[in-house]
Design a protein around this ligand. Structure first.
Ligand SMILES: Nc1nc2c(ncn2[C@@H]2O[C@H](COP(=O)(O)OP(=O)(O)OP(=O)(O)O)[C@@H](O)[C@H]2O)c(=O)[nH]1
Ligand SMILES: [Mg+2]
Length: 239
C-alpha cells in the first residue's frame, strides 16, 4: 500500500442540507481523480458512500462514509456526511477529525436549515470553509440568487472564485476567476483557455473506501469496493 507523508494528506468533510448533492459530488470526485471508471448514482443505489441497505432503499445518506482520492500526489480523504437533521451527530463527530469543510448548497433550494447548522459547527471548530453551489443544471437553478442568500446568511466573506457558464439547460462549465481558465463541455464559448487540470492516468483501480462511524470517527468499520453504473450523473464539478 502506498504511504504518504502527513503533509500530503488532507481530510475534507462534505456537509450541507439533505439532498444538496454531497454523495453525488463525491462520486464525481472519485471519477475525476481516476479512482473509479464510472460514476455511481444515488438513484441506482450504487454510489461509493451510500451502500448501507437503508441508504440504497431510501436514496439518502444515513451515516458518515469516507473515500480517499489522490490528486497531484496528495491523498484527500473525503468524508460524506448525511444532510438530514436526524444525523447531525455524524457531522459533529466528523468536524473534530477534518482539516476543512466543503459546504454543498443547491442552486435550486439555496441556503437551508442544515446549511446554516453545518456552517456554524465549522465556524465553532475554527475550520476553513469553502462552498460549492451545486445543481446548476437543474430547472430554476440560479447562481446569483444562491450567492446573494449565502452573503446574507454568512456575510461578505463569501466571494465567488468560480462562476458558472450558463444555467439550467445551458449550464456548460465553470470559469475560474483566479486562474482565468475555464472547464466544461464547450470550450469555445469564451476566450479563456481551458482548465489545465487533468485526470491522472494509470489510476483506474477502484478504491476501497472505509466506512467510518459518526460516533467513533477513528474507527473504520468496514470497507467496500466502489461500484459502477452505466449512466453517469451530471457532474457538479469538472475540474
Ligand atoms: N441535476 C442534478 N442532480 C443532482 C446534482 N447533484 C445531485 N443531484 C441529484 O440530487 C439528488 C440528491 O443527491 P445526493 O448526492 O444524494 O445528495 P446528498 O446531499 O448526498 O443527500 P443526503 O445524503 O440525503 O444529505 C439525487 O437524485 C442526485 O442525483 C446535480 O449537480 N445536478
Ligand atoms: Mg448523501
Amino acid at each position: 500500500m502506498k504511504t504518504y507523508d502527513a503533509s500530503d494528506i488532507r481530510n475534507i468533510l462534505l456537509v450541507g442540507h439533505g439532498g444538496s448533492g454531497k454523495t453525488t459530488l463525491l462520486e464525481a470526485m472519485l471519477f475525476t481523480a481516476g479512482a473509479t471508471t464510472r460514476m455511481g448514482r444515488v438513484e441506482d443505489g450504487n454510489t461509493a458512500s451510500d451502500f448501507e441497505p437503508e441508504e440504497v432503499k431510501k436514496g439518502i445518506s444515513v451515516s458518515l462514509a469516507m473515500a480517499p482520492i489522490e490528486w497531484n500526489g496528495v491523498k484527500i480523504n473525503v468524508l460524506d456526511a448525511p444532510g438530514y437533521a436526524d444525523f447531525v451527530g455524524d457531522v459533529r463527530s466528523a468536524i473534530q477529525a477534518v482539516d476543512a469543510v466543503l459546504v454543498v448548497v443547491s442552486a435550486v433550494d439555496g441556503v437551508e436549515v442544515q446549511t446554516e447548522v453545518a456552517w456554524e459547527l465549522a465556524v465553532e471548530a475554527g475550520l476553513p470553509r469553502a462552498i460549492l453551489i451545486n445543481k446548476l443544471d437543474r430547472e430554476r437553478a440560479s447562481f446569483q440568487r444562491t450567492l446573494d442568500q449565502l452573503v446574507r446568511s454568512f456575510g461578505t466573506q463569501v466571494a465567488p472564485l468560480e462562476l458558472p457558464l450558463g444555467e439550467e439547460h445551458d449550464f456548460d462549465g465553470v470559469a475560474d476567476l483566479l486562474l482565468q481558465s475555464r472547464s466544461g463541455r464547450n470550450t469555445t464559448s469564451t476566450g479563456w483557455p481551458t482548465c489545465s487540470c487533468r485526470r491522472p492516468t494509470g489510476t483506474t483501480a477502484a478504491p476501497r473506501p472505509p466506512r467510518v462511524s459518526g460516533r467513533t470517527t477513528s474507527t473504520a468499520r468496514r470497507t467496500r469496493t466502489a461500484r459502477s453504473s452505466s449512466k453517469p450523473s451530471p457532474s457538479p464539478t469538472t475540474c
